[in-house]
Design a binder for this molecule. Structure first.
Ligand SMILES: C[S@@+](CC[C@H](N)C(=O)[O-])C[C@H]1O[C@@H](n2cnc3c(N)ncnc32)[C@H](O)[C@@H]1O
Ligand code: SF4
Ligand code: SF4
Length: 329
């Protein structure tokens, strides 16, 4: 289970597709309040991985103190950063912390994806990645793909292979939330073709997931007995993942911030996750009159990403609008 903790919504970049949106609140996590949250939720946090994120988490003046204090309470800790600031990287302090650095293409493409293309963001990121490798700190590269950098990703395998000590390369499709939009995101077919190419050509470990590959789903259905109700978990269903914003409000996902579930200042995480409000997400079901209700893949999909239904159809339970069966993309 994962707990995403936003240290701040503020950022030193203005990526044109940022999932957190344009209006980033100028609020920083109160370190003292977080220490008190840690003590009150010690038993619950033992089951969670902590993912320290933002905005840009390295902008928080007490990031390292917050991580040091959180370390004993969580199964593991990861920092998700854009890599522009690398001065905090220190081998002795972070030997048991994992770091994820964003890299969205070869140098010129990364600079375009992460700003207006004029600022050399890549050189700073590259320095941070090399420092992580030299310090033997566990790290991965995360690449987000949309229609703009799609072709460029085919050039990345050789480029990525030169990074020393890289644990894995995670590649994800851009989601149409925040500053992004439906026109920028990839359809499932080109996405799945890219995954096939990378599986053949990448020389590092990959973390990837195909989208609506029905041939693969048919093979799964043919070889698995789904007569027993096996509860498929959706992204955004609160069970495997929660988001905690800098004011300590808990949400099911960063794309479901219209649904605040509670606040860790006054409530425990377990009370929030098991609240009546969270129940809609914990026991997410598709609407009886939706296309999904009659779909043979329902037992393994359960309507896909919850945020995709909410943002596109303006209600929950209508299915993931990227699905070819819904014919929307
Ligand atoms: C929101 S950022 C926060 C951490 C840090 N500022 C960074 O950029 O890595 C976390 C991850 O979300 C990814 N991301 C940003 N916008 C996205 C979108 N519209 N869809 C999917 N992923 C997105 C980023 O590329 C990054 O890997
Ligand atoms: S994706 Fe990360 S680096 Fe880019 S604006 Fe959003 S929070 Fe900042
Ligand atoms: S989103 Fe709905 S229609 Fe598409 S595969 Fe999933 S359950 Fe079936």
């Amino acid at each position: 289970m994962q707990l995403y903790l936003l240290l701040t919504e503020r950022c030193n970049l203005s990526c044109p597709s940022c999932i957190r949106g344009k209006k980033k609140k100028n609020v920083y996590l109160d370190a003292a309040a977080w220490m008190s949250v840690l003590k009150r939720n010690a038993a619950a946090f033992r089951d969670y991985q902590l993912l320290v994120t933002g905005g840009e988490p390295t902008l928080h003046p007490q990031m390292t103190e917050i991580i040091r204090a959180s370390r004993p309470f969580f199964r593991s800790i990861s920092i998700n950063t854009n890599g522009v600031i690398g001065t905090w990287v220190n081998a002795s302090d972070f030997s048991d912390i994992h770091v994820q650095v964003s890299l969205d293409g070869t140098p010129e493409m990364h600079n375009r994806m992460r700003g207006d293309g004029r600022q050399d963001v890549f050189s700073c990121v590259n320095q941070t990645i090399e420092k992580l490798g030299e310090c033997h700190i566990s790290y991965n590269i995360s690449t987000t793909v949309n229609v703009q950098n799609y072709d460029n990703i085919f050039q990345m395998p050789g480029f990525i292979a030169r990074y020393f000590n890289l644990r894995y390369w995670k590649i994800s499709p851009e989601l149409p939330f925040g500053c992004s939009s439906d026109e920028k995101i990839l359809r499932p077919l080109p996405w799945n073709q890219l995954i096939d190419f990378l599986l053949d050509h990448a020389r590092v470990r990959l973390k990837v997931r195909k989208l609506f590959d029905f041939a693969l789903a048919d093979r799964f259905l043919a070889t698995h007995d789904l007569s027993e109700p096996s509860k498929t978990r959706n992204c955004g269903d609160v069970v495997n993942k929660v988001y905690v914003y800098p004011d300590l409000t808990v949400y099911p996902c960063t794309c479901l911030t219209d649904f605040p579930l509670g606040n860790l200042k006054t409530q425990s995480l377990m009370a929030i996750v098991h609240s009546a409000r969270a129940e809609i997400f914990r026991n997410y079901t598709v609407k009886e009159d939706s296309v999904c209700a009659a779909c043979k893949y329902l037992p393994i999909c359960n309507g896909g990403c919850i945020g995709m239904s909410y943002h596109h159809f303006k209600e929950l339970g209508r299915g993931d609008f990227r699905c070819p069966k819904l014919g929307k993309l």
